[in-house]
Write a protein that binds this ligand. Structure first.
Ligand SMILES: [Zn+2]
Ligand SMILES: [Zn+2]
Length: 258
């Protein structure tokens, strides 16, 4: 486990990260990793001098199995409130059709098992909201319909980008995994939207954390996207209606299947 900034810890579970945030109001988990890793979470909490009962909230970025793996167990044992976006609720609560995993995830689910469904305590809606004090939820659809990224107001701002973005080996921001994305072009627009915020640090579902003016790396990537426009304008560049212009954007059109 690695401390990214004061009180923000990254726990790597195989190929996916989850995050533990120590707040005045208890420990907040951002995502919960692969199924059957509850013991790893308990150990991480113990390393912080905490225990499962200290977890007061779980913020889920999206409903993929490698992010919601232990949420039912954590909720049951801690009494924590679980938050996720309305558009991803069905893949978490199991009330409706479960999300059919695609690509590699399909094989991983076969090996590891499906996450246990859980109730949600609070459903996130709208483009932007404040699920917990200090946390802003930003709707960043594309990877899934209900993907949300979270901004923590600490140490210049910490972005929990989920699977909307990721980082390269040399510490640059790049797109998050798109193999299982419902709409990769929309995912790119969501990444560009994040570049319009201010934050010093960014952490990802996959890839190492980026620290120190992380937002600049988001802006550089957003400028490189097709349809990003002239590039020299402000940080809000790719977020306007201009992003859905021509039919020539490389990732648009027919491959944006459901
Ligand atoms: Zn995902
Ligand atoms: Zn993922």
């Amino acid at each position: 486990m690695r401390e990214v900034v004061d009180g923000v810890f990254e726990l790597s579970l195989g190929f996916v990260n989850m995050h533990l945030v120590v707040t005045d109001d208890g420990v907040v988990l951002v995502d919960t990793g692969l199924p059957r890793n509850a013991k790893r979470i308990d150990r991480a909490l113990r390393d912080l001098g905490k225990q499962i009962g200290d977890v007061t909230a779980v913020l889920l970025t999206h409903n993929h199995f490698d992010h919601i793996g232990n949420v039912a167990d954590v909720r049951r044992r801690s009494g924590a409130r679980v938050f996720a976006h309305a558009a991803d609720a069905m893949g978490i609560t199991g009330v409706n059709e479960p999300v059919e995993p695609k690509g590699l995830a399909k094989f991983a689910v076969r090996l590891i098992g499906r996450p246990e469904p859980t109730k949600l305590d609070k459903v996130i809606t709208g483009a932007e909201s404040t699920p917990l004090p200090g946390f802003t939820a930003v709707h960043t659809p594309g990877h899934t319909r209900g993907h949300v990224s979270f901004l923590l107001d600490r140490d210049g701002g910490v972005l929990f980008a989920g699977d909307t973005a990721s980082s390269t080996r040399d510490g640059k921001v790049t797109s998050g995994p798109t193999q299982a994305s419902v709409d990769p072009a929309e995912q790119s627009r969501s990444l560009a939207k994040l570049a319009g915020y201010e934050f010093e640090h960014a952490v990802f579902g996959h890839g190492r954390a980026v620290s120190g003016r992380a937002v600049e790396s988001f802006r550089a990537y957003a400028r490189s996207l097709p349809g990003a426009g002239a590039g020299e304008s402000g940080p809000d560049a790719g977020s306007g209606p201009s992003a859905e212009s021509g039919p020539d954007t490389s990732t648009g059109g027919d491959q944006a299947g459901r």
